[in-house]
Structures are given as structure tokens and as C-alpha cells.
Design a protein around this ligand. Sequence first.
Ligand SMILES: [Zn+2]
Length: 349
Amino acid sequence: MRAFAYLGQKTAGWIHKDRPRATGYDAVIRPLAVAPCTSDVHNVAIDCLSPDRILGHEGLGEIVEVGELVRDFRVGEIVAVPPVTPDWRTVASQLGAHQHCDGLITGQKLSNSEDGLMAEYALIRDVDANAARIPENVSREGAVLAADMLNTGLYGAELAEVSPGDTVVVLGIGPVGLMAVAGARLRGAGRIIAIGSRPKCVELARFYGATDVVNYKEGDVLRQVHLLTDKKGADCCICAGGDEQALSQAVSMVRWGGTVGNVNYFTTYGDLPLNNVRWGFGMGNKTIRGGECPGGRARMEKLLALLRYGRVDPTPLITHRFTGLDGVEDAYRLMAEKPPELVKTIVTI
Ligand SMILES: [Zn+2]
């Protein structure tokens, strides 16, 4: 089969590979819609994947083959898959840390340690536990964006423990940050201060519920937030963009007792196998919680319920659409170039 993969040497391109076969609890899907993620581009850039690893972890597809132990899905059904499709049979999963089922951030197997979705066929591990049917009135585009963008943004709001009436800062308003704005609103935030500059993202931030927008190009962000909050600071801050400095800004922006939820990767690949120790920390009087978005079927079903019952619609994030498997490369290249008007691309296959 044809697939878009990491080639090694910090480049991505087309390869031919044997198509996967379903055994046991697994299924094979024929991807029908996929979206390249910033982390696909990032993983290629930092050379952290094995050569020939197929990219893509946001998508949905038609089941074409199921293993002999699969109970709840049949060939022909269309399912959405979250990026995190963990091994649920590990001790870490039993401890409630399925995102880290085989060690720190190992729950996202698709496109990391197992082949991803940018191919003619893709293997879905433990499909009964890791895939969800798409409700009738939910669009395929919506389901794809729910899998990672809504999932991760909402998780930022969950980590930040946004409570009704809270003043929330959302640092970074790319697609995940925008879904963090939506997530903060879903959890009942009062004031939502979004930090960003690109006009398209600012427009969408207001659409999803931002009450204020702070442009870091117009002066020191910390100072602007402190002035906006009468020097009190926000109740919580969701860090969804920027570098390590953004995290220290986030800590400074919240009041005493406030909470920072981080869903941003601060990876410095090289000295440690995925050096994410920077966000395994704690502090005296503020709480910092960071993590990889949850995965599995139950999470995916809840995300789809938000779409099904009209609570949030992530499809306005889509600024560029492509069709056909070849469109995967165009969409990926666009994500890598990141023109100012780009928020999110999707490919219908
Ligand atoms: Zn992603």
C-alpha cells in the first residue's frame, strides 16, 4: 500500500509498505479523512521517529477487517479513532494513566511507535477499546477534529480545573488553543483572555468564547494580563502554545492558589528519550498540571457527544481542504509552512 511516512533525515514522503492485517483484538481501517497535526511536522523536524513510520494520528475510516477477538465492531462500519490508543492491559492503565501505558507519553502509539493513519490502510489496536462510532448527525470533519484538537484543548481546560465564573487565560490560539477556549467556556468560565496575534485565530477565539484578546506583539503579555485582571491574576491558565518561557508566564499569570494546565509539548529531543521532564513538576502555592490528551473509546464517545448535542463545533477551525490520498502531502506541507491564514487542514480520501 501507499503511505505518507517519515523517511529519516528530518524528511517526510511517500513509501510503499505491506498493508496491515487484523488479528486478535485489532482492526484494519481504510482511512476516509485525516488531518495532519503540528506534532506530525514537529516529530519529523526533531527526528524522533523510526524511518518508514507512517504519519497521522487524527482521522477516521471504514473498518475493512477485524481480528477474531473483536466483539463490538463489524466490517463496513465507520469509526473515529483518538490519537491515544493505549494498551489498556498495563499497570499504568489500571492506575488511571493510560496516556503513559508503557512509560511517559507512550499512549499515543499512532504515528509514534506504531504506523499512523496517512495510508491506504491502518491498523487500529484493540478496536473495541479504542474506536468510536460516529453519531448520525456528526460530520466526518467534526469527528476528525474532535479526536485531537477538541480532545487536547478540552483536556487543557480540565487540567486547569476551570470552574464556573473563573477568569481563564489561554496562552496560544492555534487549533488546540482555540479548542481550549471552547473547553473553558464549556466548563463555565466567566472571563476568557486569549493570547495570540494572527487575525484569523483572533476571530475564531472570539467565536469560541474569548472575552478579551491580548496580542503579545503589543507589549509584555504578563503586564497586559495583570492590568486586565486588576493585578490579581487569572484563576487558571491553559498553556497551549509557545516555548518553555510560555510556561513560566503561565505560572506568573495565575493568582495564588491558581492552576496551570499545560497541553503544550516542550520537547528537547536528544539528551533524554523524549525529554518531557520539564513538565513533570510541582510548585509551592500554585498547581501545574500537564499531560497528553486522554484516549480510548469512552473519551472519544464523550467528545462526539459534545458535537452531537450541539455544545461545540470544531469545524470552523478548518481553513484548508484537500481531497484524495495525494492531498495528504499537500496538507502536510501546508502545516509545515504555516501561512498566517492557516488554522487547520483536513484531507478527505
Ligand atoms: Zn496531534
